[in-house]
Design a protein around this ligand. Structure first.
Ligand SMILES: Cc1cc2nc3c(=O)[nH]c(=O)nc-3n(C[C@H](O)[C@H](O)[C@H](O)COP(=O)(O)OP(=O)(O)OC[C@H]3O[C@@H](n4cnc5c(N)ncnc54)[C@H](O)[C@@H]3O)c2cc1C
Length: 483
């Protein structure tokens, strides 16, 4: 059985490793940290002793490859799906988006009409922009197939904010609908998001298939979802080496010859799947290879932060499982105690909330206590019970390099899985997957790198799962083809 080295135990590396192990290869995975999961992981917080996720991670029904990965590991049932998405507005009013019997793309329409967070004119503007999005993906598909070129080259990049303005979105529709959804899905301000990414994300989630928008929340700490990986890979003849970073990649001509490890040893590589962050990969390569345009272009990618605030109260403060927040610094509230009281510490009948702020540039340099104060101010205004409750503890987790920033034109900077080194295949949420930086993108990248590696060995094994099928009127509009 031939050996493949996988570098990095985030979702991309794990998905690639699991797929290669399933294809009969002996996988050796090296991860720098003592835990798996990378940017989506759980850890014991040093001063509180609490086991927390670095941040609440949300998936949607359209994340088919991530769900396939969980199914391979036998943890698919640890994801609880929700058919409704509650929004809390500035006056603490709750409105809900949910399903109806109407066919896609109209399935969410009746609940949308009932939203109390905006007026009729704003809703009308959303209908107009959604129609514009459908037109965009249909026309672009036609343009792409006629021109026979990649989507990103077919149009010049424009920001999501500019696109929404041109398509008549009202200020309130942007504030109360597009911002809560797109800033958290793409982790940047609308001015800085490539409209192509925003449109495709909205179309995938809300328009093409009934299940696309459903919100999946892990019912266990993130780390428990990956725990089976080690056994899974070992039972197929491989091994997972934690706490062992890769210090360098040596090449011989146009191939990776070996990788050196942080303990000073080195390992020969028949084939190598890198699932490292893009800046780390470029640092580990010999300078002449890092200068190759395939890698050098990555210096153009920038990053965007996310901040998570975990708070524990001495009593129940909300009956909501989770909610999107309109018009405040906090963007999402997740009630960890309701989800699974056994899996998360509840502080003895109290409440544990996970709060998320994407594109949190302003908080990066702010002292933790000031962040907690601002969070409590927002929470007190949103959930009246918080004002009577005692805050037992609070933890702030700042992730300065949470995702690559989806800036207009960034798609052209994302390389495919096959590198110029003939036995080096590349994965990571930043690789060209057609998705923004998400867990789905990471797993897709791992699967597509595994496919490319197998293809180079003459094995054609389809691993990537196709997007959710078009349903209802979308199928008819698209002429029964993918969009
Ligand atoms: C705060 C936050 C919130 C997020 N929320 C969501 C969400 O709600 N939904 C969603 O879909 N996505 C979310 N994301 C994005 C998601 O977490 C990432 O897209 C995904 O986890 C990236 O996986 P990856 O494997 O590509 O990269 P990483 O997770 O970064 O994996 C890279 C791995 O390589 C390891 N490594 C680094 N250097 C070395 C070395 N020298 N040798 C060996 N190993 C090394 C790292 O330790 C890491 O484990 C969030 C991200 C953050 C940070």
């Amino acid at each position: 059985m031939s050996r493949v080295i996988v570098i990095g135990g985030g979702l991309a590396g794990l998905a690639g490793a699991v797929a290669l192990a399933d294809a009969g290869l002996r996988v050796e995975l090296y991860e720098r940290r003592p835990i798996l999961g990378g940017r989506a992981s759980s850890f014991i917080h040093p001063s509180s002793g609490e086991r927390v996720d670095n941040c609440q991670h949300v998936l949607l029904g359209c994340c088919v490859n991530l769900l396939d990965f969980y199914a391979r590991l036998g943890v698919r049932d640890r994801i609880a799906f929700h058919e409704t998405i509650p929004f809390i507005d500035e006056s603490s009013r709750v409105s809900v988006i949910g399903p109806s019997r109407l066919p896609p793309p109209l399935h969410l329409f009746p609940s949308f009409l009932r939203l109390r967070t905006m007026g009729f004119r704003d809703k009308l503007s959303i209908v107009r922009t959604v129609a514009g999005m459908i037109r965009y993906v249909l026309t672009q598909r036609k343009t792409d197939s006629l021109a026979g070129r990649h989507a990103a080259e077919a149009t010049s990049p424009v920001s999501m904010a500019a696109w929404l303005a041109v398509h008549g979105a009202t200020g309130r529709a942007v504030e109360a609908f597009w911002k809560p959804f797109l800033i958290s899905a793409l982790n940047d301000e609308l001015d800085d998001i490539d409209a192509e990414y925003g449109i495709r994300t909205a179309v995938r989630a809300f328009l093409i298939n009934r299940r696309g928008y459903e919100v999946g929340l892990p019912a266990v700490p993130l780390g428990d979802l990956y725990a089976p990986c080690i056994d899974y890979i070992e039972r197929r003849g491989g091994r997972v080496v934690l706490d062992q970073g890769v210090a360098g990649i040596s090449t011989d001509g146009g191939r990776v010859a070996s990788i050196s490890l942080q303990d000073g040893s080195s390992v020969e590589a028949g084939a190598c799947l890198s699932a490292l962050p893009f800046d780390v990969l470029c640092r580990l390569l010999p300078a002449d290879h890092a200068a190759n345009p395939y890698f050098a272009i990555l210096s153009g990618l920038s990053v965007s932060p996310i901040t998570a605030v975990h708070v524990w109260f001495d009593r129940p403060v909300t009956e909501l499982d989770y909610a999107a927040v309109i018009g405040r610094r906090i963007q999402w509230i997740f009630n960890q105690s309701i989800r699974d009281p056994d899996a998360f510490s509840t502080g003895g009948g109290g409440t544990y909330l996970g709060l998320v702020v994407s594109a949190s540039d302003e908080w990066m340099k702010m002292p933790q206590q000031m962040i907690i104060d601002q969070t409590m101010e927002d929470l007190g205004a949103l959930l009246p019970a918080v004002r009577q409750a005692e805050l037992l503890k609070a933890i702030v987790v700042k992730e300065g390099r949470a995702t690559f920033a989806p800036r207009p034109g960034c798609d052209a900077l994302r390389p495919g899985p096959s590198s110029p080194l003939s036995n080096l295949f590349v994965a990571g949420d930043w690789v060209q997957t057609g998705w923004p930086a998400t867990m789905e993108s990471a797993v897709r990248s791992g699967y597509q790198a595994a496919e490319a590696l197998l293809r180079a060995r003459g094995v054609r094994a389809p691993i990537l799962k196709p997007e959710l099928p078009l349903e209802g009127l979308m199928r008819w509009l698209a002429g029964k083809r993918d969009i």
